[in-house]
Design a protein around this ligand. Structure first.
Ligand SMILES: [Zn+2]
Length: 321
């Protein structure tokens, strides 16, 4: 889908947000998303200027794998392509989806796997769970066979996820539990199988005590940071965020196709239009939030999360090794 609107602009609420000297790796985002794809050059420039220098761009359906591949070619040093079929889009898969997916990996050695997953949340529960499991398992096994990390979406299905990972794992090339909001108790068993835990603005939805307990249970060599752009806008002070004014007509078109386009009611006294979107430069807000809960200097967390991402994405054929 292509936006025809010329009203989409990037709002830079504050120039202070781009002055930090840390270097960050966006371990999970969707810059190919039709809501922001037309703004990608500007969004990437803003991110690079702010110190966010690499982006794992995750495809979600057969329709967008070629867009992700093209972005990876357009941004050879910063965009890491990832191909996967997200559970929300399994109903529209073609009979040849898995062959097509394998062809993309054959043609793109620098790619990782994602976004794949399981979802029993408000949107996911409308999609047959056994079907989700089958599609997920196939892709998880493929990631293991290809020795590539897989980016996993999991909503209210951590018991099922652990069971499947235990029966198909361990995963020496790693798996990324993106926007992790699971419990602290699950962390050790998942980590043992090779999981990395990636944190986005959604972490700010958890009660601070719960988030803190969970964060402290994650081994430091398994911590990643992500934007999940264009979603997961951090709920921080708006003055510290870089926003993307979305195109309402694109959001409406996506909603009519059944996509879950989130509505934003930011912090108590600040309300954003529902088409306000997130961009990778906002990882700086996630960094500050996670660092404060971990009681760790921001620079230290930036350095270790960057190092972890570099290690994870250094598989054979990767752009970063
Ligand atoms: Zn995602």
């Amino acid at each position: 889908m292509k936006s025809t609107s010329s009203s989409s602009i990037i709002i830079n609420r504050s120039s202070t947000a781009v002055k930090k000297k840390v270097v960050l790796f966006d371990s999970h985002c969707h810059l190919q998303d039709p809501r922001i794809h037309h703004l990608a050059p500007q969004i990437i420039r803003t991110a690079l200027d702010s110190g966010v220098i690499r982006f794992a761009v995750n495809g979600v359906s057969e329709k967008d794998w070629s867009v992700v591949k093209q972005m990876s070619e357009d941004y050879p040093s910063s965009v890491i392509p990832c191909f996967g079929l997200h559970p929300w889009y399994i109903l529209e898969r073609t009979p040849s989806w898995f062959t097509t997916l394998k062809d993309f990996f054959d043609a793109t050695p620098s790619a990782a796997v994602g976004e794949i997953g399981l979802d029993k949340g408000s949107h996911g529960k409308k999609i047959d769970f056994m079907d989700q499991v089958q599609v997920f398992r196939q892709q998880l096994e493929l990631s293991k066979e290809l020795k590539k990390p897989a980016s996993i979406h999991c909503v209210r299905a951590f018991g099922d996820l652990l069971e499947i990972m235990q029966s198909t794992g361990p995963f020496p090339a790693g798996v990324i539990l993106h926007s992790y909001l699971g419990s602290a108790e699950m962390v050790p068993s998942l980590a043992k199988l090779g999981a990395y835990f990636s944190f986005s603005g959604y972490l700010m939805d958890l009660k601070p005590q719960k988030a803190k307990k969970m964060l402290k249970s994650v081994p430091t060599e398994r911590i990643l940071l992500e934007s999940d752009s264009p979603d997961a806008l951090p709920k921080s002070n708006l003055d510290s965020l870089l926003l993307v004014q979305g195109d309402a007509s694109v959001s409406q078109a996506l909603q009519s196709q059944g996509a879950d386009v989130p509505e934003f009611s930011n912090s108590s006294d600040q309300t954003l239009p529902k088409e306000t979107l997130n961009q990778p430069a906002n990882i700086h807000s996630v960094l500050s939030f996670v660092a404060s809960l971990l009681e760790m200097p921001e620079e230290e967390l930036a350095e270790l999360s960057y190092r972890n991402a570099l290690y994870l994405f250094s598989y054979p054929g990767s752009k970063v090794n």
